[in-house]
Design a protein around this ligand. Structure first.
Ligand code: PAF
Length: 281
């Protein structure tokens, strides 16, 4: 496994590998890796000859400075995990490498409102930062495949739109949510849940499942309201709970619509959790 920090050495290695006919899979991360990330790595290793994983805590996607400072940085541990999983290249750039002075890296595309609803409403500017960094990382790594988790469904949808609008030929592959045995969606935040909220937060996956099971039979608004009430009863503080069209992220109006997702974000004590379920494709 090789670790590159600089643009030049990374690009040289990747263009060499590509000249030998190797396909490149790319998993962008901000480190603090967990089993959910490892599923992305596994998916990449299955589909690509070479797997590149980046570790970069991107300052432009944090709307809260405190959050950026507190974000866990666990490079040595991450490196060990990636080595054990058989990653070929870690890209571990500094902010100067990703955002060199004097280079305009703004991405000027209309996200058609995908970035301002749900997560976007509570984290203003977040998705603009995500789009900017993913575009920059794609320029640097130039992968054939990009692997992202279904857990961050809105992020995946926005990046999919970006790839289309900028006519980037990298294929986006979505990897299903990896759950703990209890049903809780894997996240680096889970370790910070108190014992009490570890149990209480299971209501999220339970209610998503409930929505999926009852979607065909009951009124959409009624099942949504029931699920929301159950989450509140359990002591969580929901920020949103939507049953949405997976392409537009707008709330579903009729059951005739296809590609339906239920999305939720809620505070479990001090910890903000997100989760989702695909109801129909
Ligand atoms: O999902 C994440 O960890 C980040 O948003 C990403 C895609 C690595 C961009 O910084």
């Amino acid at each position: 496994m090789q670790v590159f920090v600089k643009e030049k050495t990374l690009k040289k290695r990747i263009s060499y590998l590509k000249s030998k006919g190797k396909t490149v899979g790319f998993v962008p991360t901000m480190g603090a890796l967990h089993d959910g990330h490892m599923e992305l790595i596994k998916a990449s290793k299955k589909k690509s000859d070479i797997t590149v994983c980046s570790i970069f805590v991107n300052p432009t996607q944090f709307n809260n400075k405190e959050d950026l400072i507190k974000y866990p940085r666990t490079f040595e541990r991450d490196k060990e995990l990636l080595k054990n999983e058989g990653v070929d290249i870690i890209f571990y750039p500094t902010a100067e490498v990703v955002y060199p002075k004097g280079l305009d890296l703004s991405v000027d595309i209309d996200l058609e409102g995908l970035d301002t609803i749900w997560e976007g409403e509570f984290r203003p500017g977040h998705f603009k930062g995500v789009v900017q960094v993913v575009k920059r990382l794609l320029d640097l790594v130039d992968p054939d495949y990009l692997f992202m988790g279904q857990k961050d469904f809105q992020q995946f949808t926005i990046i999919s739109m970006m790839l289309k609008k900028l006519k980037i030929s990298t294929e986006l592959v979505v990897v299903p949510i990896h759950r703990e045995k209890s049903g809780l969606a894997m996240s680096s935040r889970n370790v910070r849940l108190t014992e009490k909220f570890k149990t209480k937060s299971l209501v999220l996956s339970r209610m998503l499942r409930y929505i999926k099971d009852n979607y065909r039979f009951d009124k959409i608004d009624e099942i949504r309201q029931y699920a929301l009430n159950e989450i509140i009863k359990e002591g969580l503080k929901p920020e949103y709970f939507g049953i949405v069209n997976g392409n537009t992220l707008q709330e579903v109006k009729s059951r005739k619509e296809k590609y339906i997702i239920a999305v939720v974000a809620a505070w479990a004590g001090e910890i903000r959790l997100i989760d989702n379920i695909i109801i129909s494709k």
